[in-house]
Design a protein around this ligand. Structure first.
Ligand SMILES: [Zn+2]
Length: 319
């Protein structure tokens, strides 16, 4: 089984907190572009496409977009989970005229270079412009000594798809949902090819033709998928709550009966994969529920969304 971790560069509040990794622009209705937003959009759809392959395990710890991860956490996550590779998705910043895309790899990693070449080839298939011929070695002692590329124990790839500081590229690629879909396909196809798996044709993916649930606008398959997750999560939480508290085990391996559901929920990002046999505290349960709530929001179940907003509004008023 091949295992990959997908990361969206930066965090949902990086731009707000630092004023970096984003740009004020009149090209977007919001008046600004945040790099994390397009990174996450690409990452999310890359993960979705990869998960259609049962022989690839896809880890996406930022699922839902809310979890903040430092660079060292990202490295620790990859090393702990012993992934075969990891992809760090970014768009670039530079001058207003700098343009093109490039894949970055650790300078002496042949496998890393191979990954970067696959990225370059997939970008070329869409006739996208390349920066520095499309691949770039991260070199010690230079600006390109990227921490996540250097410190991970496995060959990884960091992609910089276009320059958001270039208004032309920002408008043409990074603010265009169709182009972001193409970029997801690029990342999906390169991972498939790296693992020796045949990627599905980009033409196959037509979410719009799916029948919709009338009231919510939720697609039938999304609804089924969500129901399955709800069932599995309920099952998992029931087991966890029923577990006796007096005999905590520090074993690193889940019980035989829990193996599949544990793996499934770790993959979904509800648990980080550590201490499967330790009891769940209330605060940990709160965190799990929060991650689940985020997932539901992602499926755009409107009544719940509204309810959350209403409650948040009440909390705000009571301050
Ligand atoms: Zn970035």
């Amino acid at each position: 089984m091949s295992k990959v971790a997908i990361f969206a560069g930066h965090n949902h509040d990086t731009w707000e907190l630092t004023g970096g990794k984003g740009i004020f622009t009149n090209l977007d209705a919001d008046g600004e572009y945040e790099e994390f937003d397009s990174n996450y959009e690409i990452a999310k759809d890359t993960v979705k496409l990869l998960r259609e392959h049962s022989n690839i395990t896809v880890l996406f710890p930022q699922e839902g977009g809310k979890r903040k991860m430092s660079l060292s956490e990202r490295v620790r996550y990859c090393n702990y989970h012993k992934v075969d590779t990891a992809i760090f998705i970014h768009s670039n910043a530079g001058s207003a005229t700098a343009k093109g895309a490039a894949g970055f790899y650790w300078y002496n990693s042949e496998e890393g270079k191979h990954l970067a070449n696959l990225y370059k080839e997939e970008m070329e298939a869409f006739r996208y412009p390349l920066w520095s011929n499309g691949t770039y070695p991260c070199t010690p002692g230079t600006w390109s000594e990227f921490y996540v590329v250097k410190e991970t124990n496995m060959p990884v790839l960091l992609t910089e798809s276009f320059f958001f500081t270039n208004p032309k590229e920002l408008k043409q690629y990074l603010l265009d949902p169709e182009q972001l879909d193409n970029l997801s396909y690029v990342h999906y196809a390169l991972v498939c090819r790296y693992f020796g798996v045949q990627p599905k044709s980009e033409k196959v993916e037509t979410a719009t033709s799916e029948p919709k649930n009338k009231e919510e606008g939720l697609s039938v398959s999304a609804e089924k998928e969500l129901q399955k997750e709800i069932d599995e999560l309920k099952h998992e939480m029931k087991r966890l709550f029923e577990q006796k508290q007096d005999k905590p085990s520090t074993s690193d391996q889940p019980s035989e009966w829990a193996k599949d559901v544990w793996k499934q929920q770790v993959m979904q990002g509800y648990f980080d994969g550590s201490n499967p046999k330790m009891p769940l505290t209330r605060e940990q349960a709160a965190e799990v529920l929060d991650r689940f709530a985020e997932k539901i929001r992602e499926y755009e179940i409107n009544p719940l969304k509204n309810r959350v907003a209403e409650l948040e509004g009440r909390v705000e008023q009571s301050k």
